[in-house]
Design a protein around this ligand. Structure first.
Ligand code: AP5
Ligand code: MG
Ligand code: ZN
Length: 215
């Protein structure tokens, strides 16, 4: 079982990917998380992240190619934030060929207004936990429930960078909707519902798909 999550910044890809990985015991592969880890010691990667620009395709494709060589992906995976350009989608097609099948691409559809609202309410911890200051607040103010560390705002969650990320999405990532629709892989998900309801839509599809495969 291998899935792709597509959607604008703030759509809830990371939130849903974590839930999918946990329930269906598959691996969560987030290129955003991988780059945030890499930027700690790579100034060039950091430059792309803080401005909201995409890291060049060659770097991103290479990183995913290497990751897909690891054994754990045989359990199945959910890709969050990749592919993000037509080039990346075509590179992924070539990479996996007949060995790996992508079962579906979930397009989490939200308005940009809602995406911006969600992003400006997001607080994160260096341990990977993510919060929403109103809907999913930490128990102690500004402190992580899991490790107690101070929460902060992602560098690229500042308002002007968020606008740039949305422009980048419109130009470079949106064409993937058509790409996967033409390939008959696209499953539209109403991302405006609350977290659990969004997950219910995705889960229902995966359960049905599993049942079909089991037959
Ligand atoms: P990345 O980390 O992928 O960022 P993004 O796509 O901009 O998406 P976000 O992580 O901001 O949003 P999300 O959809 O995961 O939403 P979340 O679940 O957190 O990429 C960062 C950067 O890395 C890029 O700008 C680029 O530089 C680089 N990069 C990454 N991949 C790349 C690639 N393939 N090629 C080149 N460069 C790449 O939710 C957001 C908030 O909303 C949270 O606070 C959450 O609690 C809340 N929330 C979630 N669901 C709901 C709901 N249903 N209702 C209410 N609130 C909700
Ligand atoms: Mg994310
Ligand atoms: Zn933490």
């Amino acid at each position: 079982m291998n899935y792709i999550l597509l959607g604008p910044p703030g759509a809830g890809k990371g939130t849903q990917a974590k839930k999918i990985a946990k329930k269906f015991e598959i691996v969560h592969l987030s290129t955003g998380d991988m780059f945030r880890e890499a930027k700690k010691f790579d100034k060039i990667i950091n430059k792309f992240l803080v401005t909201g620009e995409l890291v060049p395709d060659e770097v991103t494709v290479d990183m995913i190619k290497n990751r897909l060589l690891k054994d754990d992906i045989k359990k199945g995976f959910v890709l969050d934030g990749f592919p993000r350009t037509l080039n990346q989608a075509q590179a992924l097609d070539l990479m996996i060929k007949s060995q790996i099948k992508i079962d579906a691409v979930f397009f989490i559809n939200v308005t940009f207004e809602e995406a911006i609202r969600r992003i400006s309410s997001r607080r994160v911890c260096s341990c990977g936990a993510s919060y929403h200051i109103a809907l999913l607040a930490s128990k102690k103010v500004k402190k992580c429930d899991f490790c107690g560390k101070e929460l902060s705002q992602r560098d690229d969650d500042k308002e002007d960078v968020v606008k740039d990320r949305i422009t980048v999405y419109e130009k470079q990532t949106k064409p993937l909707i058509e790409y996967y629709r033409n390939a008959r892989m696209l499953i539209g998900i109403n991302g405006l519902k609350e977290e659990a309801e969004v997950f219910a839509q995705i889960s229902e599809y995966i359960d049905k798909n599993k049942a079909k495969k089991g037959k």
